[in-house]
Design a binder for this molecule. Structure first.
Ligand code: SF4
Length: 353
């Protein structure tokens, strides 16, 4: 039995790996790569079988952001040649959404650049969400609008939004190296607000920003503490005209190790292969499907992804199936975490106190 098999066994028991175990994953050699993928794949199959969830991004407001996140092409002062526009109208949003849903997406992610939404921005999302829910009742809607103020998460939930994405991106210690206009704690706070409002929390990371293995592990542990339902793993797309321009330090093998470490920390949580998969994993993308159970279909916020048709072919060729709309996001195996009360008031058994 390899050390990775032992980690897989722990993950199947939903035990959090130790820092040393994760370091072993992240520093493992290419000779051990297939053993690592096989071990992580066992965990993935146990909870998600052969399903791949498709998510579709709609950038509702692009560029022109006052924040300075160093990895972002939409940041203040970015010279990246991206398309910039202000809010899409509800019918433009529905039109964009329809392409993703028709291609098989069961979650649409409505994203807007900016530090965070105004109350008016939150209000303007409501008709778009209502239109999507009306037309595609089984499709989940995730909002990603930046830092939330008091009451905004409740308003989003009331508008029919199912989930909220806000990534931690990196470790707390390194946060000031990738952004100076807000803090790690602000991000944590927003994910907590979303969670407490009953929105499904989605929060992940960006790898390849000159972080150390320990930073990655710190970020994974911080995410685990937040208890997200889905964890997108982005690989830095180092746009020219941003501070991280020219930062090409990831290899396909490194990406697989990072995904495996993420799977061991989040055995029964949706791990999503997110931005940068095509340019960093390249021909090893199908192997990554054996670890992650979810991908973004088609294009990203400001860059183009591989053709949606190629994504679908890749999924089939690798022996996986697209998860249908209406199928639960969380695996059935997690339902045992929710137990109906059978003791205390109304029963013959003593209460739990
Ligand atoms: S990540 Fe979001 S908040 Fe940061 S610069 Fe980009 S759009 Fe603005």
């Amino acid at each position: 039995m390899t050390t990775f098999d032992t980690q897989a066994e722990k993950a199947l028991r939903r035990e959090t790996p130790t820092r040393d175990e994760l370091l072993e994953v992240l520093t493992s050699t290419d000779d051990d790569l297939m053993d690592l993928v096989a071990a992580a794949s066992r965990v993935r199959r146990r909870y998600f079988e052969r399903r791949v969830k498709l998510n579709y991004l709609v950038n509702m407001k692009s560029g022109l952001c006052p924040e300075d996140c160093f990895y972002c092409s939409q940041r203040l002062g970015s010279q990246a040649e991206i398309v910039k526009y202000t809010w899409l109208k509800p019918d433009q949003t529905r039109e964009a959404v329809s392409h993703g849903v028709k291609a098989g997406a069961s979650r649409v992610c409505l994203v807007a650049s900016g530090r965070g939404p105004t109350d008016r921005d939150v209000d303007r999302l409501a008709p778009a969400v209502a239109g999507i829910k009306d037309e595609y009742p089984g499709v989940e809607v995730c909002a990603c609008l930046g830092l939330l103020s008091d009451g905004q998460a409740d308003k989003l939930r009331d508008a029919g939004v199912d989930a909220y994405n806000h990534n931690l991106n990196t470790s707390e210690e390194r946060y000031s190296d990738i952004c100076t206009t807000h803090e790690f704690a602000d991000r944590v706070e927003t994910v907590e607000q979303a969670k407490h409002a009953g929105l499904s929390p989605c929060s992940g990371l960006i790898a390849g920003m000159k972080e150390s293995d320990d930073d990655l592990i710190d970020a994974l542990f911080a995410l685990r503490e937040l208890g997200p339902d889905s964890v997108p793993v982005n690989f830095l797309m180092p746009f020219d005209g941003t501070p991280l321009e020219g930062t090409w330090e990831l290899t396909p093998q490194r990406c697989l190790r990072i995904l495996a470490a993420t799977r061991f920390v989040f055995p029964d949580v949706e791990v999503r292969l997110a931005g940068g998969r095509e340019i960093h994993l390249r021909s090893l993308q199908p192997l990554a499907l054996h670890i992650a159970n979810s991908i973004f279909l088609g294009d990203y916020l400001t860059s183009e992804g591989q053709a949606g048709k190629d994504d679908l072919e890749m999924i089939v060729d690798a022996g996986f199936v697209v998860q249908g709309a209406g199928e639960p996001t969380l695996p059935g195996e997690r339902h045992d975490l929710l137990k109906t009360r059978q003791r205390g008031a109304g029963t013959a058994l003593p209460p739990n106190a």
